[in-house]
Design a binder for this molecule. Structure first.
Ligand code: PLP
Length: 578
């Protein structure tokens, strides 16, 4: 990127200085979770990984942006299974000082009538061209606070409503105060990645004068991620009045009325731009919130992060420049069948080696391997595959092996029961249909799986998948998608070309009460009639589909394209390139 000062292209050292000057940053990206590396366990799933991928692409593209999140000392949790297959949770042990640098700055927010002190750690993510994007992690675990107050930044999505409300005050109000303290006084866009940081609108109002709602609106951009009402944070005033600074709680009543504090309402009403994360999700959100104000920017993944070593090497050789311009992956159509297959099998061997090491199970590299890994929430229906055991075995016995992974939220008994059911089924079925459930799904396991399986299965209940991103990781590795038509797949799906669908097409799927068994029946049929014959009898067609999936899908469903969309539609930044 070139930096122009008074019409002159400035030199390297001055450029570096300006890049590091907070006054040159114009976008602040707030997210309850950010996942940039599996060793920095400040994320739980899709939302955090998307945030991390966004910041990485911003750094690659030289977008003047900073990230803000919380430092979770005890992470989300470590997952193991007991002998009955029931999920056990333990805190994650990690040393922030290994990856982050503690800053001397300190600010405070008012909670329950006292001051809660907040400091920050920073990690500079360096883009492919050398451009840094600083990520600030807020922390209350130090001497200035009482032992109870120190624990507010320990757990991601832990604790009760009060704990959650206080974390959101730390993120929204504390986050903005830290930014100001660090010298960020030229931010033009505050991007709320989901409603959690919505309280920053209160702090902006305080800064600009309490009547200036429009000025606040002009600075805020809001991305909603959840297509179901129950997924949105809602705090009753009875709690808000007890916890928040009275100036703020009074203000919230004027902004939102008396029905409690909906963080989504706050984001929707006090932003200049709102978007959902796929075309379908934006449509569902407009209907749900009864507004026309929800635009669509479809999610992506960070291409370099989610491409296997072998594929990277192949792309580097045949498609130069792909990693900082993934739209060039359209050229994947010209790759040779042998090269693509070799790179794929290498990733598969790496995955199978990890499974052998972790579980003692020896899977076969020549057998079609299907992956299913995501949060074990019940709407994701990891157990749909097992709804008719006879049909499953008729279709797949001796020809398929399955790998599952995914954590259930510690308070989600339903999700834990689904995991247990799969582990039990795997024991009952035995050798005819090997099924492995890997422990502790995280970014590292996600990488191995989305690089190394042959086919990725996704069958959530419609229309509950806002976007989904794990399938996009697969498209970078020539791993085929077999998925319900929801979220991103409606946009990426070309039957028999980029993968296969399960169940009805989107228009029909809008029916709330469709018969879920239909999805299961269709899933077995697709496996039997399309997936297995293509893999075993028409390998050249399979490989050609791998290439189509990279060329048509990876070239689009990446965060480079997505960040450029945000620049254009939401940030008002003219993208000048590097
Ligand atoms: C990519 C990723 C996700 C998101 O997957 P979905 O398809 O959106 O469910 C969740 N968890 C981890 C660890 C990931 O890497």
């Amino acid at each position: 990127m070139s930096v122009m000062v008074h019409g002159k292209n400035v030199g390297q050292s001055l450029r570096r200085m300006l890049e590091n000057d907070p006054a040159f940053r114009t976008v602040a990206y707030f997210s309850m979770e950010i996942g940039i590396h599996h060793q920095i366990p400040t994320y739980s799933g899709g939302l955090g990984v998307l945030a991390g991928d966004t910041l990485k692409s911003a750094a690659d593209l030289g977008v003047p942006l900073v990230g803000i999140t919380l430092l979770y000392k005890k992470g989300y949790f470590n997952q193991t299974f007991n002998s009955e297959g029931w999920q056990q949770e333990s805190p994650v042990e990690w040393q922030p000082e290994q990856f982050l640098q503690l800053l001397p700055n300190e600010v405070s927010v008012m909670i329950e009538g006292r001051s809660l002190h907040i400091r920050a750690w920073v990690h500079d993510f360096i883009g492919q061209g050398g451009y840094p994007v600083p990520i600030y992690f807020l922390d209350t675990d130090f001497d200035a606070n009482s032992p109870d107050d120190r624990a507010f930044t320990w757990h991601l999505y832990g604790g009760d409503q009060r704990y959650r409300l206080i974390q959101e005050i730390i993120l929204g109000v504390g986050g903005l105060r830290i930014l100001r303290d660090l010298g960020y006084d030229n931010i033009k866009t505050f991007h709320l990645n989901e409603g959690h940081a919505g309280f920053l609108t209160l702090e902006l109002l305080r800064e600009m004068g309490y009547e200036n709602f429009q000025k606040v609106r002009d600075q805020v951009v809001f991305t909603t991620h959840t297509p179901v009402p129950a997924g949105h944070d809602h705090f009753p005033y009875e709690l808000v009045d007890r916890v928040m600074d009275p100036i703020f709680s009074g203000r919230l009543r004027r902004m939102l009325g008396e029905n409690g504090v909906s963080m989504t309402e706050l984001g929707l009403r006090y932003s200049r731009f709102t978007n959902g994360v796929s075309v379908k999700h934006a449509e569902v959100s407009r209907r749900m919130f009864n507004t026309s104000k929800v635009d669509a920017i479809t999610n992506g993944v960070h291409s370099l992060t989610w491409t296997s070593t072998g594929m990277r090497r192949l792309f580097d050789r045949e498609i130069p420049g792909w990693s900082n311009d993934p739209s060039r992956l359209t050229q994947a159509l010209k790759l040779s069948d042998e090269d693509i297959w070799k790179a794929h099998q290498a990733a598969k061997m790496k995955l199978l080696a990890k499974i052998l090491e972790d579980t003692g199970r020896e899977l076969d590299p020549d057998v079609l391997t299907i992956g299913f890994a995501r949060r074990a929430a019940t709407y994701k229906r990891a157990d749909l595959l097992f709804s008719d055991m006879k049909k499953l075995l008729d279709a797949c016995a001796g020809q398929v092996q399955f790998i599952f992974a995914g954590k259930a939220h510690p308070q989600d008994e339903g999700g834990k029961a689904v995991i247990q059911q799969i582990i039990r089924a795997s024991k009952e079925i035995g050798a005819a249909l090997p099924i492995v459930y890997l422990e502790n799904y995280d970014m590292s396991v996600a990488g191995l799986l989305t690089e190394g399986v042959d086919l990725w299965l996704n069958n959530p209940k419609r229309p509950r998948e806002a976007s989904g991103t794990s399938g996009m990781k697969c498209t970078h590795n020539g791993v085929m998608n077999l998925s319900v038509l929801d979220g991103w797949w409606i946009e990426g799906w070309v039957e028999d070309v980029t993968g296969w669908s399960i169940g009805p097409e989107p228009a029909e799927a809008d029916l709330i009460d469709y018969d879920e068994m239909e999805d299961a029946v269709d899933l077995y049929a697709k496996l039997r009639e399309k997936v297995l014959p293509t893999y075993y009898q028409h390998r050249e067609r399979w490989v050609s589909m791998m290439k189509s999936s990279i060329a048509l899908n990876a070239s689009y469903f990446n965060t480079h394209r997505m960040v450029k969309d945000y620049c254009e539609k939401a940030y008002g930044i003219v993208f000048r390139g590097l």
